[in-house]
Design a protein around this ligand. Structure first.
Ligand SMILES: *Cc1c(COP(=O)(O)O)cnc(C)c1O
Length: 375
């Protein structure tokens, strides 16, 4: 009852529908990427729902994210995608988290910890084919593959790489990366080792490059119904799972010439009705939307005026605009016939949908709708 009126509403049916659409499109197992609080949708509830739908594997960036999932009772296989440090290996092993191994040195650290704990490590070898981020270079991965497949303390479950330009269907980079990846994988065959699960495709790969699907795909953003790039092909029927909604907390008339907000950056040229909405950049809603964002009130687009504050911002309804205290304000999502998409917000804030989603922080309560009824 005392909860703030601002909330993120996550439609679990949309999430499930997106997973189903991706599966139908690719026909191979899916590693659902749930890093960064499941792209702002809430790590644990999203993972529980995906697990209930039988997702083959989950992927997170950091050890802590994997631990949070295990603590919440998630039993699905979890790969930690990020680079690891030696001191983290014991925890990874104790909590049954699959480890990314990207160099001989890391392999030795994992082997040593696995032997010490008497627990075999499940690893995925990370090959760099064009990101220069983490991963052994595809042109020098032979020794790592040989050592890993020969290791008594490691089971090589996967081999993977990451695409730099897959959100652009016209980029020649993806074909180059795919060729390098195949070359790296050929080393398993050359030394007579069994081929592990090969995975390469992020959302861009899923949408644009069927050759990259291989044995498993790793979609992140499209699982949440958002395209990796506004120009990406919408050839898979996905829909956004997240809405961001608040309520009018204050309403007043601002007289002509009276400025609104910090820095006095905006003032109306005639008397106008202005409402205050209780969410700000302290919640992860971008301050870059100052004087350029839009929200929906009574199904109409209305401009954000003045600078966005940490906890609230103001919206101009115009001289005739109607609104009442506690009326819903939609920041992301649909109201009436109008929709504000994550892509819209990102474009106005000068960033990408990924950043808009992942910066929505813990201060905003998340509400889950949809699946509990259908399950
Ligand atoms: C984040 C990430 C993904 C998912 O990327 P999307 O563009 O969100 O689909 C896949 N693989 C790795 C290694 C990642 O870090």
């Amino acid at each position: 009852m005392f909860q703030r009126p601002t909330r993120i509403v996550v439609d679990l049916d949309a999430l499930g529908g997106n997973l189903r659409a991706i599966r139908q499109h690719v026909g191979v197992p899916v590693m659902a990427i749930v890093k960064a609080n499941a792209y702002g949708h809430g790590l644990v509830p999203v993972a529980h729902h995906l697990q209930a739908l039988g997702v083959e594997q989950l992927g997170v960036a950091f050890v802590e994210e994997g631990l949070a999932l295990r603590r919440a009772g998630i039993t699905a296989p979890i790969l930690v995608l990020g680079g690891i440090l030696g001191r983290q290996v014991a925890q990874l092993l104790q909590h049954d988290l699959e480890i990314t191994v990207s160099s001989l040195d890391k392999l030795r650290r994992v082997e040593a910890a696995a032997e010490r704990l008497g627990r075999k490590a499940v690893i995925h070898l990370k090959v760099d084919t064009g990101m220069e981020r983490i991963g052994v270079h595809s042109y020098s991965c032979g020794p790592l593959i040989e050592a890993a497949t020969a290791s008594t303390w490691c089971e090589v479950k996967g081999v993977y790489s990451h695409l730099a330009c897959a959100d652009d269907p016209a980029s020649p980079m993806t074909a180059l990366q795919l060729a390098r990846f195949h070359e790296a994988c050929a080393h398993f065959t050359r030394i007579g080792a069994p081929m592990p699960i090969r995975h390469l495709a992020n959302s861009g790969g899923v949408l644009h490059f069927p050759d990259t699907w291989l044995d498993m795909v790793r979609p992140g953003i499209m699982l949440y119904g958002v395209l990796p790039d506004p120009e990406a092909q919408r050839n898979v029927p996905i829909r956004p799972a997240l809405s961001l909604v608040s309520q009018v907390v204050y309403l007043k008339i601002v007289q002509a010439g009276h400025s609104v907000g910090y820095g006095a950056t905006w003032a109306p040229s005639r008397d106008t009705r202005v409402v205050t909405v209780p969410i700000g950049y302290g919640d992860g809603y971008p301050r870059a939307l100052s004087n350029c964002g839009e929200v929906l009130i009574h199904g109409q687009r209305r401009p954000i005026v003045g600078r966005l504050c940490m906890d609230q911002f103001m919206v101009d309804l115009g001289p005739e605009g109607q609104a009442h205290i506690e009326d819903d304000v939609v920041l992301i999502g649909r109201q009436g016939d109008e929709t504000i998409t994550i892509e819209d917000v990102a474009a106005r804030a000068g960033t990408i949908g990924y950043e808009i989603l992942t910066r929505l922080n813990e201060r905003v309560p998340r509400e889950y709708v949809g699946a509990s009824q259908s399950r």
